[in-house]
Design a protein around this ligand. Structure first.
Ligand code: NAP
Length: 421
């Protein structure tokens, strides 16, 4: 007889779905600091639609989006879903995972029960006529980030995803390492490869902000794998060696400069002149780090308000600043004179489509990109690791949480069963 619930790490027979599961839930009454917003609860396992898959979660990656979900700002993800007609008054976050397919919907052909997978976080309406006609699903109305905009993410024993989100788990990685890289990696891959003539090419000088962070550590390795010339920016000398080991040709410490923030008005000659001096000195530091006097053809942006003026100024003639976030603020100020005369591109980018997620996963499978796993947490510590991230005290690279895998280093179902029983 099917059990009501399995304890964490107690592996159900392949394909058996109990009635309930343990999950780390956020409820509106707990919105606030992540350390108390997340609480372990028992909850019914959801039904799946014909194009969906239920995955038994071995490990889950940690991303900043669920710090926002816990706080309930800038959007209340639970209220937004309730308004759209979804009844659950809770949020199960988690936008990265590794695990095993336990159940597939009637229309699913791409995966089967027993497949060991990693999950990418892009969801869309697969029946949308625009998607069926071949439009990039990232540009369609139904696009959502699983485990943030959608419910039933990876901070639970089982997660509900669409079939196309599942990709083969790299066999050489542990469950926890396999769960750490996809969200940041696929985002960085789209930024560097999607944008037509600005797709990264061999020998391209590339400037990468936050080189020791989640996105930056992936971007350095992708650039290296494509034969480009990455130069990283960091906020402390302790991160220099880390970026060099990943493949950065040179590393700049941004703390040696002080011209950050929005551009002064161009009519304020004194302030503008001071800013320009700082921006030129930073450009010179780039040439020194690169080892030749060439400006970056691609600038990998995400800090936003603090750094965009410099990025836009130092980008090469005909080059591109590509941006996926505004961590320091949303006012992007650009001196348009340099922008049009030097014919630069300022390109927004957001997560990735199936081809890009696969392109990135293949680099990991080929061992050209390391997941940069820095710290592994227990399932009960889900709130604590998000709290650390909220306080910006998290270590370099990416963190993950053991969910049904109870020990580090396990790589497949057989090994896990033998160790955990
Ligand atoms: P992370 O691991 O915290 O790294 C961000 C890096 O930004 C830090 O390592 C820090 O490096 C750097 N930074 C902080 N303040 C800065 C400043 N004032 N000037 C320049 N650099 C600064 O975060 P992440 O995972 O890489 O994510 C970065 C941002 O991208 C977040 O806002 C996240 O929500 C967003 N994101 C968006 C997408 C998308 O699909 N749109 C996907 C993933 C992430 P140093 O202090 O060493 O310089």
């Amino acid at each position: 007889m099917t059990k009501e619930i399995y304890e964490i790490g107690e592996i159900p027979p392949l394909g058996e779905i109990p009635k309930q599961m343990y999950a780390q839930l956020i409820r509106p009454s707990r919105f606030g600091e992540p350390s108390s917003a997340f609480q372990m609860e028992k909850i019914d396992i959801p039904e799946i639609a014909p194009d969906e898959v239920l995955v038994y979660v071995m490990a889950a990656g940690v991303n900043y989006n669920n710090v926002w979900a816990a706080l309930g700002i800038p959007i209340d993800v639970i209220g937004a879903r309730n308004k759209a007609g979804e009844p659950e008054e809770f949020h199960i976050g988690g936008s990265d995972a590794s695990g095993i397919v336990y159940k597939v919907g009637s229309e699913v052909k791409s995966v089967k029960v027993g497949d060991e997978v990693v999950i990418h976080c892009g969801m869309w309406n697969q029946k949308d006529p625009e998607v069926l006609a071949g439009k990039d699903p990232m540009f369609t109305k139904g696009f959502r980030i699983w485990g943030y905009e959608s419910n039933w993410g990876s901070f639970a024993q089982f997660t509900k995803v669409q079939d196309h989100q599942c990709l083969p788990k790299p066999k050489h990685l542990s469950w926890e390492a396999a769960s750490a890289y996809m969200l940041v990696g696929a985002t960085a891959y789209r930024m560097l490869t999607r944008w037509g003539e600005h797709a990264i090419q061999e020998n391209d000088p590339v400037l990468i902000w936050g080189g020791a962070g989640g996105l930056g550590s992936m971007a350095i390795q992708i650039a290296k794998a494509k034969g480009a010339k990455p130069v990283a920016v960091v906020g402390g000398d302790d991160k220099v060696d880390y970026c060099k080991k990943l493949g950065a040709l040179g590393v700049i410490n941004r703390k040696n400069f002080d011209h950050w923030g929005m551009l002064p008005h161009w009519k304020d000659e004194e302030a503008y002149g001071k800013w320009m001096k700082g921006a030129r000195a930073f450009g010179k530091a780039f040439w020194e780090a690169l080892g030749e006097k060439r400006s970056p053809r691609i600038i990998f942006e995400h800090p936003g308000e603090a750094t965009v003026p410099t990025s836009a100024f130092m980008c090469d003639t005909g080059g591109m600043v590509v941006i996926c976030a505004g961590t320091t603020g949303y006012n992007a100020t650009i001196d348009l004179r340099y922008h049009w005369m030097r014919q630069k591109r300022f390109q927004g980018s957001h997560f990735a489509n199936d081809q890009e997620a696969k392109g990135f996963n293949d680099l990991v499978i080929e061992n050209k990109v390391d997941p940069c796993l820095s710290k592994v947490w227990q399932f009960a510590e889900t709130g604590d690791c998000h709290q650390l991230m909220r306080e910006n005290k998290h270590p370099h690279g990416n963190m993950s949480i053991l969910v049904n895998a109870k020990k580090e280093g396990l790589k497949n179902l057989e090994e896990t069963k033998q160790t955990q029983g």
